[in-house]
Design a protein around this ligand. Structure first.
Ligand SMILES: Cc1cc2nc3c(=O)[nH]c(=O)nc-3n(C[C@H](O)[C@H](O)[C@H](O)COP(=O)(O)OP(=O)(O)OC[C@H]3O[C@@H](n4cnc5c(N)ncnc54)[C@H](O)[C@@H]3O)c2cc1C
Length: 475
């Protein structure tokens, strides 16, 4: 059967874009995480929507799993084909289909990288929120449809809130347009029609393949400033509750585009310090925070900077254990970041895992404290990232673990820590994003059973033969 299916795939995409060669398949068998590798039976590189339709029709007829993939950098094992089948590599579908400056959106294909869209928009004086951490070669579309976190979260919220519409190939091979573009020639918003975009957001490719995505674009402000502050708190209580209340106050002042924190260990990696890190010196802050503001005029920037500095001064005089820190170097940093390799290969040996959550900021003190305990019990330096989102003042709280892929003790420890991180974050009322299967299962165990049943029914309705990324989402 494998030979016959391979011939059919070659007929669809061309002989040089379909492979069942073990060496080629190995490249698609794992990611940087400890999630167990699994080799696909075929790797296929599609370049057109029609090819995707034909591949899905073939997969449907033959009951073969299909896993869409672009940069395979999602650090949740999300493109590992747990049940084999076809990895459908979309990285060559990298056209920016439209940039509509008058209405304010761009339409992109799945392979458009965050570096590519940022460079194109920059030339035109526009920007779009991009994921803050990955290299410029990661895809923008996967990060958006997975509800990822971007570098302007305090202003714009979660990436998926910026989605204005999509084109999707259903498992049956049919094409659907969702959002305003379903009726109008313009991809301006998901409303006012019934919003079906959610059927493909957060689903990890388990309901269909998004072939075009509309995203908001905004005029790009030319001026930028950062203010920073360090928390000199008790190591046993790295983020005291008044400090979380201060972050909430700063977000509500509505002048910063980004409010983020890095634990001491994460900052050392960013500064290029090599593994292993020494214990944190007592005189260093536990967590370094920064608030980034952008502005269209120097006056506006001066006002925003003054406002942020005044908030810090007020908090300090009110007794918060904070002090200003120098962010001069980071202030020069542009997105996409140049530092992702420092994080992804800090330990050496190519391993990077993380468990990320969206958690109410008010629960961060409990979360940071317990995540730190988990790291230290397993003798790992705590690497914790926090970012405040606009709106209901929730945010990204993430535990990041560089590890050595060929060190079995490391792999085992990271696997155990990940499970503990998940329970800690769920205890704080958080939700895991880009969740590996075990994390989905942990959420569903605590979840509303009717919600979980509805998820299963939705999957069954869209993908009756279960070919799309089967085994994902713990459904
Ligand atoms: C060091 C580092 C830092 C990171 N920092 C961030 C960060 O700050 N914010 C953030 O959001 N992410 C971050 N990430 C995760 C990731 O890099 C981004 O989310 C990125 O946008 C994912 O793109 P990708 O091309 O690698 O997606 P992939 O890993 O290839 O795909 C991700 C998922 O989407 C599915 N998928 C892919 N294409 C489609 C499609 N066309 N239709 C349907 N499903 C599809 C896949 O099956 C998979 O489930 C980081 C990763 C690393 C390594």
């Amino acid at each position: 059967m494998q030979e016959r299916v391979l011939r059919s795939l070659e007929e669809i995409v061309g002989a040089d874009r379909a492979s069942a060669d073990p060496q080629t398949l190995e490249c698609y068998a794992c990611d940087a995480t400890v999630n167990p590798p699994a080799r696909p039976d075929y790797a296929v590189i599609a370049t057109t929507v029609e090819q995707i339709q034909a591949v899905l029709r073939l997969a449907d007829a033959e009951s073969i799993p299909v896993v869409p993939a672009v940069g395979m950098s999602s650090t949740g094992g999300l493109t590992i084909p747990v049940r084999g089948g076809i990895v459908l590599d979309l990285h060559l579908m990298n056209r920016i289909v439209e940039i509509n400056e008058d209405v304010g959106y761009a339409v992109i294909e799945p392979g458009v990288t965050i570096g590519q869209i940022d460079a194109e928009l920059k030339q035109r004086g526009y920007w779009v929120q991009v994921p803050a951490g990955p290299p410029g070669s990661a895809g923008l579309l996967p990060g958006y449809i997975l509800h990822g976190y971007g570098h302007l979260g305090a202003k714009f919220g979660i990436n998926s809130e910026q989605i204005t519409g999509m084109e999707v190939v259903l498992p049956s091979g049919e094409i659907a347009r969702l959002g305003a573009c379903a009726v109008s020639p313009y991809w301006f918003h998901r409303t006012p029609l019934p919003d079906l975009v959610g059927l493909f957001l957060g689903w990890q490719g388990a309901t269909g393949i998004v072939t075009k995505l509309g995203v908001n674009i905004y005029p790009r402000p030319p001026f930028k400033a950062m203010v920073g502050w360090g928390l000199f708190s008790d190591h046993g209580d790295p983020l005291p509750e008044p400090c979380a209340r201060f972050l909430i106050k700063m977000q509500r002042a509505d002048v910063a585009h980004d409010i983020s924190g890095h634990s001491w260990g994460a900052v050392q990696i960013g500064r290029g310090r090599k593994w292993p890190l020494p214990p944190k010196p007592a005189e260093d802050p536990e967590i370094f925070f920064s608030a980034t503001a952008y502005a269209f005029t120097e006056d506006e920037l001066a006002f925003k900077t003054r406002t942020l500095e005044a908030l810090i001064a007020e908090a300090k005089s009110g007794g918060l254990p904070i002090a200003s820190t120098d962010v001069t170097d980071r202030a020069k940093t542009e997105m996409p970041t140049r530092y992702s390799l420092r994080y992804s290969d800090h330990r050496g040996g190519g391993g990077l895992d993380y468990i990320g959550s969206i958690t109410p900021v008010i629960k961060w003190p409990q979360g940071v404290k317990r995540l730190t305990e988990v790291f230290e019990r397993h003798r790992f330096t705590p690497y914790i990232r926090l970012s405040v989102y606009r709106g209901t003042v929730q945010g990204m709280l993430r535990a990041l673990v560089p590890y050595h892929r060929s060190d079995s003790a490391d792999v085992e420890a990271v696997g155990k820590m990940n499970r503990e991180f998940v329970e800690v974050l769920l205890d704080c009322g958080g939700l895991i994003y880009k969740a590996p299967v075990f994390a989905c299962e942990a959420m569903w165990r605590r979840g509303d059973p009717t919600f979980v049943a509805l998820l299963k029914r939705t999957k069954q309705m869209l993908d009756p033969r279960g070919i799309m990324n089967p085994g994902r989402l713990g459904l």
